[in-house]
Design a protein around this ligand. Structure first.
Ligand code: AKG
Ligand code: FE2
Length: 338
């Protein structure tokens, strides 16, 4: 059986003056229904225009097209923290230096490269930039993209608040799950995989995992790969790329906040079986851009009382976001998810 991910149009939250409160309630409830059932949804009307998406993928390509020797001028430090700069692969064939690139020693690293960017105002993790002459304009652009996507993040958050019918106090608590300063932007590139390689050791470009922030907004190019697990059937559902659509998935913090009314979504980037690769070229490269929305690191995330009852006891103790992240990111780093 083939499932599709529900698509929710949030235009009522981005074109306020041409939509009524009733439109917003309808759209908010549709988003809440999808997130309750699946833990994820496709979203349109989010306020990030097509030419902005195209521009972002243009920079993604310019960045990863650089020679490896240039990309490692902004090396992700070894270990999960700070989670900034370039992690990836030396595709020239020369063995990468383990201390130049934090993630290079892991087996799956050959299937993915990434570049992490935070807010320039983040006082816990400083950005790691390429020298300006290596990719002129990138720092400026990536900084503006971060700011733009931090703004876009408030669209689904508002919709969730309206859709759940939260009161003012509850809405304040919800808004605390999204900090402009401590979210994270990630450029991703999954190189093409030859048929021969598909037949040998490849099992996933990004193994199954949960994101540990509040929620994630993901833009992907036209090449398939992202799959999200249906929490009821445990089946993975393809998130087929659709122009103008972002994929929203719930992270652990919103899962805890709602006592799993929204379940943190398990997802992966899979590769097709070798038999489906049409020819020896295997499968094409894929690019994506993820924006992880999270609270201020010192914020304690507690379940909203409305999601707890005697029939449905609280599953989670309150947790400080940075303490949670320290444990979980260490695990993710070891298994190769970050
Ligand atoms: O590239 C994708 O489609 C997914 C990326 C992802 O799940 C992540 O970076 O956490
Ligand atoms: Fe993820």
């Amino acid at each position: 059986m083939t499932f599709t991910i529900p698509t929710v149009d949030l235009t009522a939250f981005t074109a306020i003056s041409t939509h009524s409160d009733a439109d917003r309630v309808r759209a908010g409830q549709a988003l809440v229904a999808a997130l309750h059932r699946y833990g994820f949804a496709k979203v349109t009307g989010h306020g990030f225009a097509k030419d902005e998406v195209d521009q972002a993928f243009g920079w993604n390509q310019k960045l990863f097209d650089l020679p490896f020797a240039d990309k490692v001028k902004a090396p992700h430090p070894p270990g999960p923290f700070p989670h900034r700069g370039y992690s990836g692969i030396d595709q020239s064939g020369a063995p990468p230096s383990a201390d130049a690139v934090g993630n290079s020693s892991r087996k799956i690293s050959g299937l993915r490269e990434s570049y992490e960017v935070g807010s320039e105002d983040d006082d816990q993790q400083q950005n790691i930039w390429l020298p300006e002459e290596t990719l002129p304009g990138f720092r400026n652009y990536a900084t503006s993209l971060y700011e733009k996507l931090a703004g876009v993040g408030s669209v689904p958050l508002n919709a969730i608040g309206v859709g759940l019918g939260l009161d003012e106090k509850e809405r304040d608590a919800l808004e605390q799950l999204a900090s402009h300063r401590y979210s994270q932007l990630r450029f991703l590139h999954y190189p093409a995989v030859s048929k021969a390689r598909l037949q040998s050791d490849v099992f996933a470009r990004l193994p199954a995992h949960n994101d540990w922030g509040s929620f994630t907004m993901l833009f992907q190019d036209e090449n398939d790969g992202l799959e999200l697990r249906d929490p009821q059937t445990q089946e993975f559902i393809h998130a087929e790329p659709e122009e103008g659509t972002l994929v929203l998935n719930i992270g652990d913090m919103l899962g805890r906040f709602t006592n799993d009314y929204f379940k943190s979504a398990v997802h992966q980037v899979a590769v097709p079986s070798p038999d489906t690769a049409a020819d020896e070229r295997g499968i094409p490269a894929r690019r994506s851009i993820a924006f992880f929305v999270g609270p201020v690191p010192s914020h304690t995330v507690a379940t909203l009382p409305r999601f707890v009852s005697s029939d449905n006891p609280g599953r989670y103790d309150p947790v400080r976001f940075d303490e949670y992240g320290a444990v979980v990111s260490k695990y993710h780093y070891q298994v190769g998810n970050i």
